[in-house]
Design a protein around this ligand. Sequence first.
Ligand code: NAD
Ligand code: G3P
Length: 355
Amino acid sequence: MTRIAVVGATTWGITLAAVLARKDVDLRILARTEDEAAMTRASVFRTPRLPEGFVLPKGISVTADGAEALQNTDAIIVAVPSQSMRRNMKLIAPHIGKRTLIISAAKGLEVETGKRMSEIIAEETRKDIHDNITVLSGPNLAWEILAGRPAVTVIAAEKESRARRGAKLMTVPDFCAFTNTDMIGVELGGALKNIIALGAGIVDGLGYGDNTKAAFMTRGLTEITALGTALGANPLTLAGLAGQGDLIATCSSKLSRNHQVGARLTRGESLEHIQATMNGIAEGVTTTLVAWKLAQQMGIEMPITERLYRVLYHGDDVRATAKELMAAAATHELAGRKWGLFSLFRRRKKPEIAF
Ligand SMILES: NC(=O)c1ccc[n+]([C@@H]2O[C@H](COP(=O)([O-])OP(=O)(O)OC[C@H]3O[C@@H](n4cnc5c(N)ncnc54)[C@H](O)[C@@H]3O)[C@@H](O)[C@H]2O)c1
Ligand SMILES: O=P(O)(O)OC[C@H](O)CO
């Protein structure tokens, strides 16, 4: 029987385990502590973000023992916040088998280095398993997926065969995986859209209209594409499910934590207070910092990201920032778009980030 382990008793980890339980597989969740494992087993979830009354499907085992959870698995899904990816990988690396597929399900960039999750996974694992590193990303609000509403995702790997293996493992009724070989694009699409989702929360919180939101999302995608292609992403990936698709879902949904952060900022709450009181993690906060830093060092224009960075890290007023952004709008729409098809294979050197 296919054996899959999920690292992280997080919202997304539990959701993916529950989704995979729709087919006949051996599923194990690796929790951090015995306490967390016992609570997850008993369906007492730390996060009320799961649908009310949700019970962990029978047959999923939960343990805090790495060897028990991870040995002899066909795939390991790592569904942890991105700032903890390296720490989690250090713990699980010794248990990863030569043929095990590693699926990163986190959407973020490491603050200290600006690196993508697959880069961190490669740094923390043996060379002979690097071909097995894959990433999963798409318009995937966990709550909707757990509620049984149809959704699709994307699995990317450098080798198409690995992406296909991952997609086959992850596809179940009402949750279907497309494949891609542009890992950079799929990862950056999932990470960078959180910046724009946070801004979309501000747009909604300020009571602006659909015209505003459409413009904001479109210009947001321009920035995602400018930085993404400079870092080696295919612009067509960013226009696909893991880029534009996820951007639409996250900017449109009040379920999104990133959207919630933006909306709460417009009510005068401080970022510290929002983060201390919200359910779970809003990756867009740290991703804004990393993207701003990369844009500065690589000379890429990202007016939305830059202003959101100032709102989040320097306390700039959201209303004044919105006005300033509008005033800055009068340039040629395509200015700064140097990422036509010709730039596809011209990847700029990414700076070493040190914060
Ligand atoms: N929730 C979603 O709808 C969703 C969908 C797609 C992708 N993601 C991505 O999945 C990742 C995890 O997000 P989430 O929503 O599942 O998290 P979450 O908000 O449910 O939980 C975050 C918290 O999980 C705890 N945690 C549990 N196990 C952990 C471990 N092994 N290491 C570190 N912390 C652990 C920590 O307290 C942490 O603060 C993020 O990168 C997120 O962007 C989430
Ligand atoms: O709740 P968010 O803002 O982290 O968004 C969750 C997923 O990334 C949506 O695809």
